[in-house]
Design a protein around this ligand. Structure first.
Ligand SMILES: C[S@@+](CC[C@H](N)C(=O)[O-])C[C@H]1O[C@@H](n2cnc3c(N)ncnc32)[C@H](O)[C@@H]1O
Length: 243
């Protein structure tokens, strides 16, 4: 299979060449403006397919409510706000994303989720959240983001820094498949093109290893196959880790 993989990957690299050139000359920045519109629309069908899984994941969020009776939650790379409807009533949400062009779609999701209190939208990357104080939030949420960040370990360190002791980091991410499976084959062949079409998304990450090494005191993690999504992002992990 490795010769076929090598050949198909070269082919895909050639197809991705125009995107690489656009990136080098600065034209790819236009795509960054368009991506939030795509992401906003794709979110509806993804959320439909993942409704039960997300509902189960966020079911015990309330357990991390602070002693003052409020649940202060920060979402890393919140995009258009796909998770808001799963958060409990009265939850205070701090939204963060490095792409400011998401704000318009984020606002639409906020308008549709009146059960939450929005503290602010911070334009920043998960690797550098210096605007957020140490030990200041009860929960950090990260869904479909660790595939796109440039440094997963750094994002997890930042999440631990801003979490209160006993607070939780919730995640749902697509990951690389078993080596020698067809999914693994397509993930490795299509990666160069996927990276550009998915705004920096990497489909070959072993993100569970980063979570295992992130020095949380407890890690509740399970692997599952996402239903009804394209083969390249089928293998998922989900769960939460406690500081
Ligand atoms: C596929 S979207 C997922 C959005 C949302 N979390 C969801 O579940 O629908 C990936 C998001 O990660 C954001 N992102 C990319 N690089 C990032 C980084 N270094 N730190 C934080 N967020 C990042 C993107 O701007 C985008 O909003």
């Amino acid at each position: 299979m490795s010769c076929l993989l090598y050949f198909c990957r070269i082919l895909c690299l050639v197809i991705a060449l125009p995107f690489q050139i656009m990136d080098i000359v600065g034209l790819y920045a236009f795509y960054k403006r368009l991506f939030p519109l795509f992401a906003y629309n794709i979110t509806f069908s993804y959320n439909d397919k993942m409704h039960e899984t997300k509902r189960d994941l966020f079911r015990n969020l309330y357990k991390f409510t602070g002693p003052d009776g409020t649940l202060r939650l920060l979402e890393i790379g919140c995009g258009s706000g796909a998770n808001f409807k799963f958060y409990p009533d009265g939850c205070t949400v701090i939204c963060t994303d490095p792409n400011p062009h998401f704000e318009r779609y984020l606002q639409m999701s906020m308008d549709a989720s009146k059960h939450l209190t929005y503290e602010r939208f911070l334009v920043m990357s998960g690797e550098d959240m210096k605007e957020v104080r140490d030990e200041s939030v009860d929960v950090v949420v990260c869904t479909l983001v660790l595939c796109s960040v440039s440094n997963v370990k750094r994002v997890l360190e930042e999440a631990r820094r801003i979490l209160k002791t006993g607070g939780a980091f919730y995640f749902m991410e697509h990951v690389v498949s078993e080596p020698s499976s067809w999914t693994y084959f397509f993930q490795h062949v299509l990666q160069p093109l996927w990276y550009y079409l998915g705004d920096g998304c990497t489909i070959t990450r072993t993100t569970w290893k980063d979570l295992e090494g992130a020095r949380f005191s407890e890690l509740h993690l399970r692997h599952f196959e996402a239903p009804g999504v394209t083969i390249t992002i089928k293998p998922h992990i989900t769960g939460y880790a406690i500081k």
